[in-house]
Design a protein around this ligand. Structure first.
Ligand SMILES: Cc1ncc(COP(=O)(O)O)c(C=O)c1O
Length: 423
């Protein structure tokens, strides 16, 4: 079984490695299917990405050859599954440049990672009158868990506003940091607009006041090199399914000093060291936060997804998507009535837009007939839509396997939409 993607040799004299996107597309079986008789153009990658054969092979191989429950049996299959699961944890540690595998907790995804921190660190540290600071760019997953906590504790949610480009206004964020602030929670990359937030700077501002920071990395981990020690974030969380891995698995990184003192999230098997009816003692890190049988195949598949991304080079993926973003921004901006929503100076892989006089759902439906999959709606970021005074956008989001030719198909499809809905 090969876990590496097809690499293109360095372009002579360019000094830059690249990869051959045509060969890479061959690693993703679904990309060769047709929709309404047209070749699939999959631009809904911010919602979830497609999977390379290597990930599917790894999951299949586990079930065919080694599968058993982990950490529990002395028999060979259990030992093999446990080793593969822990090897995946070590890959995730290395991917994030974390110092210690004890700081890597397997969760269901970003949503669970944020809820875990809100319900453990948050519950233990937030009191009535305290504040939690988020930004106006957040996905509902990084809003609602904090609202639940605020309601329970009598605390207040503070919001750092954004500007017309869709960038967090840093001076306003700083102004909202106070002695009452108990945690800052901010996305690394916005799923609705693609804004890359200056999280390192935000973390430094918060730390200068002793406030810990959680980073929602759902849209960053698939495309940016993440170094949690360089960022100095307290928590970092993301989902496997958005980075070529299986669904139902993700990562919460937490500094050991926090994880050690936090109460457990859920009770059950594996998270205990001993149980009597009088007293239960909890397991060591990271198992204290992994109650019950985890997504074993998902974790192993995620490890292979990271191998795959690294075989292409994270910086090459970033460069490839950045090229697609600027090409698509140029092509789509030329379409009459099309308005790009989100024009941040630092942007990644996401192109949100409205088309004058056409509801985004109509845009999505017409494009689907052309084989083009885009997302339409509020993208689980209703406050962002409210800020721009629109109900919804159409969103094309790019991945390592997309091409400029596919962007041309999108542009042609949008041309048809304009023709169809011309008054
Ligand atoms: C920025 C951001 N945060 C959180 C989430 C939630 O991720 P999941 O549904 O995988 O838990 C998403 C998903 O779209 C996202 O884009």
């Amino acid at each position: 079984m090969s876990t590496t993607a097809t690499l293109r040799p360095p372009v002579p004299g360019s000094g830059r490695k690249g990869y051959d996107v045509r060969k890479v597309r061959g690693d993703f079986p679904i990309l060769s299917r047709r929709v309404y008789g047209k070749p699939l153009v999959y631009f809904d990658n911010a919602a979830t990405t497609q999977k390379p054969r290597a990930v599917m092979d790894a999951v299949r191989a586990l079930y065919e050859k080694s599968y058993a429950n982990i950490h529990r049996g002395v028999h060979s299959l259990s030992v093999e599954s446990s080793e593969a699961y822990e090897k995946a944890r070590e890959k995730m540690r290395d991917f994030l440049h974390a110092g210690d595998a004890r700081e890597i907790v397997f969760v269901r995804g970003t949503t669970e990672g944020i809820n875990l921190v809100a319900q453990t660190y948050g519950r233990a540290n937030v009191r009535a009158g305290d504040e939690i600071l988020i930004s106006a760019l957040e996905h509902h997953s990084n809003i609602v868990p904090w609202q639940i906590l605020c309601e329970e504790k009598g605390a207040r949610l503070q919001i750092a506003p954004i500007n017309e480009r869709g960038e967090i206004r840093l001076e306003e964020l700083e102004r909202r940091l106070s002695k009452k602030t108990k945690i800052v929670a901010v996305s690394h990359v916005s799923n609705a607009l693609g804004t890359v937030n200056p999280v390192k700077r935000i973390i430094a501002l918060a730390h200068a006041r002793g406030v810990p920071v959680l980073v929602d990395g759902a849209q960053a981990a698939p495309r940016l090199a993440v170094d949690v020690r360089d960022l100095d974030c307290d928590f970092y969380t993301f989902s496997g399914h958005k980075m070529y891995g299986p669904s139902g698995v993700g990562i919460l990184y937490g500094k050991a000093e926090h994880l050690e003192t936090m109460p457990p999230y859920q009770g059950g098997g594996d998270m205990i060291s001993s149980v009597t009816f009088e007293k239960t003692t909890y397991n060591i890190l990271p198992y204290k936060f992994e109650a019950g049988t985890p997504n074993i195949a998902g974790a192993i598949g995620l490890g292979v997804a990271v191998d795959y991304m690294r075989s292409l080079g994270i910086e090459n993926i970033e460069a490839h998507e950045s090229d697609l973003l600027s090409y698509a921004t140029g092509r789509l901006s030329a379409i009459p009535g099309l308005r790009v929503i989100g024009t941040a100076r630092e942007k990644a892989a996401v192109l949100s837009f409205t088309l004058e006089g056409v509801h985004p759902h109509d845009v999505g439906t017409v494009l689907d007939r052309e084989g083009v999959a885009v997302r339409t709606g509020h993208h689980c970021a209703q406050p962002v839509m409210d800020f721009f005074k629109i109900p919804a956008t159409s969103r094309a989001s790019f991945a390592l396997y997309n091409t400029r030719e596919e962007v041309d198909v999108l542009a042609a499809g949008l041309g048809k939409v304009v023709e169809m809905f011309r008054p």
